[in-house]
Design a protein around this ligand. Structure first.
Ligand SMILES: [Zn+2]
Length: 493
């Protein structure tokens, strides 16, 4: 597709910040093999996600030049770290803006962000990035962003940027598709074929992410409603932000955005309809998934094994550091066998094993996990044999066999296992698989039909990843402004 040559700057800055964790996300955490990245290294990163979709479609157009501006990739800590330091944010944003000034002018900018990054001293980091990029590229350039549906967003981002595209599903099946749409609309806008008109509506509902599985109603119905609007109105796009309650930031809660081609009234109508639909179903939205206390969940797993309803998945949704040992200890205490526990994070243990040159068959006797903060509990002593040293994305993971056919996988950081095949440990040979995941595991363990029993669990005490949000020490959020913790009015006034 030909047209006058256009230049688009491509930036990435993503994190999902659990501000209740004690370990800040530092500048050093963002600097690791491959990160920061620029040029083709940035453009070719994450080919199956937002970035990959954007680059694929942008390159279908003739005369479109993409310029990969130096950007941090995800920090080495993944989602297992707290507040991003102002030093980290300012360092990378400062370099981005300086490089845009040198490399420009640009007709457009693509911001590949998440939406739930939380930065000390910067209340809305994605909107602030858009504001500074706007200053750098001027009023005539178009700015498009892609977001994770867990973003905490309000109208501020679209005050500075022109468009936003958010994944609709949880598990996030459509990230690549949203990147594609961002590229198509951005090129069309630059060439005069699309005039973004947007509306943003916040709905005072706050929910823990484990309940936001879009495989069940009414979450599934919200996705469907958005898809119907996109199907019936040409050039309409609908974003559903479920929100991320573990970031103590002013724009938490649910948010809807709609965008149309030049029809502001239609965008407003769609966003209002989506918001009212969510509000009508607020009670069911909060009740779609049953959460068990860990002792009860493990007992139910044993019963399921006795009935032959295996494999059983026990998912501790609440562990945000990765170090939590509550589920591991309960599995040992209740004497489960043939159980795979993946993972307990312990960077110290991994460092020690690495220094020893760990290999299959080595005896193992060490305390594992715990102590990262109160939510991670006490270390669990495991006595067994090293089954396997696993090389994963430049990290060492170690599988340890113990008890009656149990295997514990130790990783250096929090890990969400999404597919049974991921660990190369013959997962179908286990009766119980214990994971640290909220919803992403459903990709390979539920939607695929793999597991016959699925039990979501959390510790008895309401630690930082609990569904009991009113136990959390919020400083920037008044929970009584949100359903189900108060009686907010909607629509307001
Ligand atoms: Zn997400």
């Amino acid at each position: 597709m030909a047209g006058p040559p256009i230049r688009i700057a491509v930036l990435h800055f993503s994190h999902e910040t659990v501000t209740f964790l004690g370990n800040d996300t530092t500048l050093a955490d963002f600097i690791h093999g491959g990160s920061p990245a620029r040029g083709d290294a940035l453009l070719n990163w994450d080919a199956r996600s937002y970035m990959g979709g954007f680059v694929q479609v942008a390159r279908e157009y003739d005369g479109v030049e993409l310029v990969g501006i130096e950007s941090p990739l995800w920090p080495r800590t993944g989602t297992g770290s707290g507040w991003v330091t102002e030093e980290a944010y300012e360092t990378f944003v400062g370099r981005m803006i300086a490089e845009i000034a040198v490399e420009g002018p640009f007709h457009g900018v693509y911001l590949c962000v998440h939406g739930a990054m939380a930065v000390r001293g910067v209340p809305r980091p994605e909107a602030e990035l858009a504001r500074r990029v706007r200053q750098a590229v001027g009023p005539d350039a178009f700015i498009a962003g892609t977001f994770d549906p867990h973003g905490n967003e309000d109208e501020e981002f679209l005050r500075h940027a022109d468009m936003a595209f958010t994944g609709k599903y949880f598990p996030h099946y459509d990230s690549h598709l949203q990147g594609q749409r961002a590229a198509r609309c951005l090129v069309r806008a630059i060439r005069g074929g699309y005039r973004p008109a947007t509306a943003t509506v916040k709905v005072p509902i706050i929910s823990p992410t484990v309940l936001q599985w879009t495989g069940a109603s009414p979450w599934m119905d919200l996705v469907q409603r958005a898809l119907i609007w996109e199907a019936r109105e040409p050039d309409a796009y609908v974003n559903v932000f479920f929100g991320f309650p573990w970031a103590d930031v002013p724009d938490v809660g649910m948010t809807f955005q709609a965008m149309t081609n030049g029809d502001a009234a239609l965008a407003r109508l769609i966003a209002d309809d989506m918001a009212r639909t969510a509000w009508r179903h607020r009670k069911a939205l909060l009740g779609s998934t049953k959460i068990h206390a860990i002792p009860e969940g493990v007992a139910l797993a044993k019963q399921a094994v006795a009935r032959g309803e295996t494999p059983v998945v026990l998912a501790d949704h609440s562990d945000r550091s990765g170090y939590a040992t509550w589920l591991l200890r309960e599995i040992v205490d209740q004497g489960l066998s043939n159980t795979l526990i993946a993972t307990v994070a312990d960077a110290g243990v991994i460092g020690t094993l690495k220094a020893r040159g760990v290999k299959a068959g080595d005896p193992f006797d060490m305390p594992v996990g715990g102590l990262a903060d109160p939510s991670s509990g006490q270390p669990g002593r495991i006595v067994g044999t090293v089954l396997k040293a696993i090389e994963r994305a430049g990290q060492l993971w170690v599988g340890v066999e113990f008890g009656r056919g149990n295997v514990l996988v130790i990783s250096p950081y929090l890990a969400q296992i999404q597919e049974p095949s991921e660990l190369d440990l013959r997962p179908d040979s286990f009766q119980v698989i214990a994971l640290k995941s909220r919803v992403h595991f459903r990709r390979g363990f539920d939607d695929s039909g793999f597991a016959r029993t699925i039990l979501l669990v959390e510790p008895t005490e309401p630690f930082l990843g609990t569904v009991r949000l009113d136990a959390l020490p919020y400083r920037n959020v008044d929970l009584t402004r949100f359903y189900p913790y108060g009686n907010p009015r909607f629509p307001p006034g």
